[in-house]
Design a protein around this ligand. Structure first.
Ligand SMILES: *Cc1c(COP(=O)(O)O)cnc(C)c1O
Length: 370
C-alpha cells in the first residue's frame, strides 16, 4: 500500500502523514529461497561479523528463567556499569531500546511543530524521520565532501532551532570530525539548543584526533552523546543503547522513556559485554584488517569510495546502484544501496570477515565488469 492510498491519512498528524513508510530489507532467508542459494553473505546493516561476546550469551542464559518478569525499569545495574565506564553519575544516563529509541525520545522532548531540527545532508536517516514524526521543521545543511559542513550548520542555527544532530563518524558516509572541529562547533551552538553527538561507531575509530564527546559533558550542558551496543558489541538484535547528558536533560528524556524500554536480556547482555574488552579488541582488529583488505581491493578494481573510519565503506559504483545491488544479490552478496540518502550511485558495504570481504570483492568485480 502506498502512502497516498491510506484512507486514514487525513486524520493522522501532518508530521506522520508526510513520512515515507520505512521499507525494511528482505529477510535473508526469503532472499536465499528466491535466489536458490544458502550461503549468502550479509554485509548490509553494519553488524559485527564476529557475533557477540560469549559473556553476553552466558548472561542471557542466566536471565532466561526470569523471562516472565518485567525487566528492571530503571536499568539499575547497567546504568551503574555505564556510570563507572564513563566516570559520570548514573543520573546522566538514559537507556534506550537501541540508541534509535534515545534519538526518538530526544525528538519527542525537544521538537514539535514550529521548532526546527538541524542536520547535514547524507546524515543518518533517523534524524529527519524522528524530527518529522513530531512535526518539526527540517533544516538540512548541504554536505561538504560527503561530510558535515560545520560552518554552514552554525550559520543555519536560528531562533527556532532546538536540536542539532551530528553523527561522528557518520553513517552512511563514514566521514568523521576531529576533536577541535567538533568541540568548536559544540561551543558555538547556543545553550538553548540541544546538540546530539551520535557515537554509534566510536569503538572502531583509531584516529588520533578523533574525540570522545562524552568527555565534554561537564562543559556543555546542552550536549547529548548517544552510544549503542548494536555495532562493535554485536548486540543489534537485543536493541540496547543509551544517551549521556546533563542530569536535567536526562531527567526530561526519562519522563518520556517507556519504563520498560530496555528488556532483561538486553540489560544483562550489555552489562556482561562491557566487561569483555578482549572481544571489542578483536572486533576492532578484524574490522581494521577488513577495511584495509576492502580498500586495497577497491583501489585495484577502480571504483571510488568514501574513506571511512567506521565498520563499513560506501562505494560509488558509477551507475544507478539498484542494478548493481540486484546483480550482487545473484552472487549471494547482500549490501545496502543508499539511494534513499540522495546517493543514487552509492553502495554501502559492511566490513565482514576476511573470506566475506574476498567474496564481496570478487562479486563486485564480476558485476562491474559485465
Ligand atoms: C546503527 C546506528 C545507530 C544505532 O542504532 P541502534 O538503534 O542502537 O541499533 C545509531 N546511529 C547511527 C549513525 C547508526 O549508524
Amino acid at each position: 500500500m502506498t502512502q497516498d492510498s491510506n484512507q486514514f491519512l487525513n486524520i493522522a498528524t501532518p508530521g506522520i502523514a508526510n513520512l515515507k513508510p520505512y521499507v525494511p530489507g528482505k529477510p535473508v532467508s526469503d532472499l536465499e529461497r528466491e535466489l536458490g542459494i544458502n550461503d549468502s553473505i550479509k554485509l548490509v546493516s553494519n553488524e559485527n561479523p564476529l557475533g557477540c561476546s560469549e559473556k553476553a550469551k552466558a548472561a542471557i542464559q542466566a536471565e532466561l528463567s526470569e523471562m516472565a518478569r518485567y525487566p528492571d525499569g530503571g536499568g539499575f545495574a547497567l546504568r551503574n556499569a555505564l556510570a563507572e565506564k564513563h566516570n559520570i553519575d548514573s543520573a546522566c544516563i538514559t537507556l534506550g531500546n537501541g540508541s534509535n529509541d534515545v534519538l526518538d525520545i530526544i525528538a519527542r522532548v525537544f521538537l514539535a511543530p514550529g521548532y526546527e531540527s538541524l542536520f547535514s545532508q547524507y546524515a543518518f536517516a533517523v534524524y529527519p524521520i524522528s524530527s518529522q514524526a513530531v512535526g518539526a521543521t527540517l533544516n538540512m545543511a548541504p554536505a561538504s565532501n560527503y561530510g558535515h559542513d560545520l560552518e554552514e550548520m552554525i550559520n543555519r542555527v536560528g531562533e527556532n532551532t532546538r536540536v542539532v544532530w551530528i553523527a561522528n563518524p557518520n553513517n552512511p558516509t563514514g566521514t568523521w570530525l576531529n576533536s577541535d572541529e567538533l568541540e568548536n562547533f559544540v561551543a558555538a551552538i547556543p545553550k538553548n539548543v540541544i546538540v546530539v553527538v551520535d557515537e554509534a561507531y566510536i569503538e572502531y575509530v583509531a584516529e588520533d584526533e578523533y574525540p570522545d564527546a562524552s568527555l565534554w559533558l561537564g562543559k556543555y550542558p546542552n550536549l547529548i552523546v548517544t552510544r549503542t551496543f548494536s555495532k562493535a558489541y554485536g548486540l543489534a538484535s537485543l536493541r540496547i543503547g543509551y544517551g549521556l547528558s546533563h542530569p536535567d536533560v536526562a531527567d526530561l528524556l526519562n519522563r518520556v522513556r517507556q519504563p520498560f524500554n530496555a528488556n532483561s536480556m538486553a540489560l544483562a547482555a550489555a552489562e556482561a559485554a562491557l566487561e569483555d574488552h578482549a572481544f571489542i579488541q578483536q572486533a576492532v582488529r578484524v574490522n581494521r584488517e577488513g577495511m584495509s583488505q576492502l580498500a586495497a581491493g577497491l583501489d585495484a578494481m577502480g571504483p571510488e569510495y568514501i574513506p571511512s573510519v567506521g565498520n563499513f565503506i560506501t562505494i560509488d559504483v558509477g551507475q544507478p546502484v539498484e542494478a548493481v545491488d540486484k546483480a550482487l544479490l545473484q552472487e549471494g552478496c547482500i549490501a545496502r544501496p543508499v539511494a534513499n540518502y540522495g546517493m543514487p550511485n552509492h553502495l554501502r558495504v559492511t566490513i565482514g570477515l576476511e573470506d566475506e570481504n574476498r567474496r564481496f570483492l570478487s562479486a563486485l568485480s564480476k558485476v562491474l565488469n559485465k
